[in-house]
Design a protein around this ligand. Structure first.
Ligand code: ATP
Ligand code: MG
Length: 415
């Protein structure tokens, strides 16, 4: 048997598992402060949900989706992102009626068939939020700031916020037409750009291969209608009003079809090639296109693995309040059940003055020497030894494993 996780997947353990939990906890605290409520959707959905929402000609749908048939021949897909599923749930359960605040968040695994590399996996985790029902630029600003707050909650402060506006159904077609005209005049487009020129010309703007050829590209800014212009300006005013630095980036288009108006990406230089920590934007037509009421939405998703890489590099994990490991040893086998009962109390109530502990032991039928060796191996800070003589006086021996000192302590002083 091949004892290896499938290509592009990874087991999460040790400091990474701890980091993942902390990131999820901190995000939840921030979401709750902003009034967002959690929704957990299935890991797989009808494949058509993603093709319809993300768009036929996007990378995700064309190349990256895990599609399979179940035993009844239904065409299903592992979710490549969270928005489509949340919109589906929103429509299915009439969240517009039951949750008028329109604020939701999710965390979970996503699946994309991509070439694995640092910060890019086939199974990865996202944390995301969506704000339904508000056309106001304050919703866009709130979502961007929320994402920034999550990054800073895990010690990532060196971030770059890139924003752009893709306009609406009224003004974007003019921009699109002008892009097709411009790109048609560029010679030697790469294969992807040639293919996308007619179907998805906006995507050419962020082509990594042809980027140097596009010198005088038309900018969406010039094509924005009055409403979109005002919306974009006010979003920026709000960001400025709370001191959020950002760059207007005319080349930011995002890979999914459903975006309208604001799009944004938050990057970190620490990450190297895969530098996007998270991204999002507005999708004012998606709910209606999928069969719901006409409802504007703005949302974002961050990639947990990338955030953790950046958090680690920023030294966040060095400052974590580490749990103290306590090992319970026995000098006489017959004290096993007494030591066991002590362990249970310790795990339930904590050590007096220190609740941040993990408890190991007791182990039976091992010499005291080998128990102490084991305590060293697992990195115990203290070993509490149960021995007959001390126990008769209600005491145990507490060994400090680092400086090798020991002292007799009353059990009543520990519990
Ligand atoms: P990228 O340009 O890096 O491919 P994307 O535009 O495909 O990103 P989104 O669909 O917006 O990404 O997803 C939001 C976030 O999820 C990204 O900013 C990134 O942090 C993370 N992410 C996306 N794809 C992967 C992946 N294959 N592995 C790990 N994280 C990912
Ligand atoms: Mg991608």
């Amino acid at each position: 048997m091949n004892c290896k996780a499938p290509r592009g997947t990874h087991d999460i353990f040790g400091i990474n598992a701890l980091g993942m939990s902390i990131l999820e906890q901190k995000s939840k605290q921030i979401f709750i402060k902003h009034g967002f409520e959690e929704v957990r959707t299935p890991i797989f959905e009808d494949a058509s949900l993603f093709t319809r929402s993300i768009g036929q000609t996007t990378d995700i749908v064309e190349k990256e989706m895990y599609v399979f048939e179940d035993r009844k021949g239904r065409k299903l897909a592992l979710r490549p992102e969270g928005t489509a599923s949340l919109v589906r749930a929103y429509i299915e359960h009439r969240f517009d009626v039951s949750y008028p605040s329109g604020k939701f968040f999710y965390t979970g695994e996503m699946f994309r068939y991509e070439r694995p590399q640092a910060g890019r996996y086939r199974q990865f985790h996202q944390i995301g939020a969506e704000f339904y029902g508000s056309l106001s630029p304050s919703a866009d600003a709130e979502i961007i700031l929320l994402a920034c707050d999550i990054f800073s909650s895990v010690g990532i402060n060196q971030i770059k916020v890139h924003i752009n506006s893709l306009g609406c159904q009224k003004c974007r077609p003019l921009f699109r037409a002008s892009l097709i005209k411009y790109f048609s005049s560029v010679s030697d487009l790469c294969r992807d750009c040639t293919r996308r020129l007619q179907t998805n010309p906006l995507r050419l703007l962020d082509c990594k291969i042809d980027v140097h050829k596009f010198t005088d590209v038309p900018k969406m800014e010039k094509f924005l209608c009055q409403d979109c212009k005002e919306h974009f300006n006010l979003t920026q005013t709000l960001l400025k009003s709370v001191g959020c630095a950002y760059t207007v980036d005319p080349k930011l288009v995002r890979g999914l079809d459903y975006y309208t108006r604001t799009v944004f990406e938050i990057r970190s230089d620490i990450l190297g090639a895969q530098d996007a920590l998270g991204a999002g934007g507005r999708y004012d037509n998606l709910v209606k296109e999928l069969g719901g009421q006409d409802t504007p939405v703005v949302g974002f998703a961050l990639g947990s693995e990338r955030v953790l890489i950046a958090a680690k590099k920023s030294g966040f994990f060095d400052n974590l309040n580490k749990v103290e490991k306590i090992f319970i040893a026995i000098a006489d086998q017959e004290l096993f059940s007494t030591a066991f009962a002590f362990c249970v109390k310790l795990t339930r109530n904590g050590l007096k003055g220190n609740n941040n502990i993990s408890v190991f032991g007791p182990v039976d039928n091992k010499s005291l020497t080998s128990q102490l060796k084991f305590a060293d191996k697992i990195g115990a800070a203290k070993t509490i030894v149960f021995a007959k003589d001390e126990l008769e006086e209600g005491k145990v021996l507490v060994k400090d494993m680092k400086d090798k000192t020991q002292s007799e302590v009353l059990i009543s002083a520990l519990l």
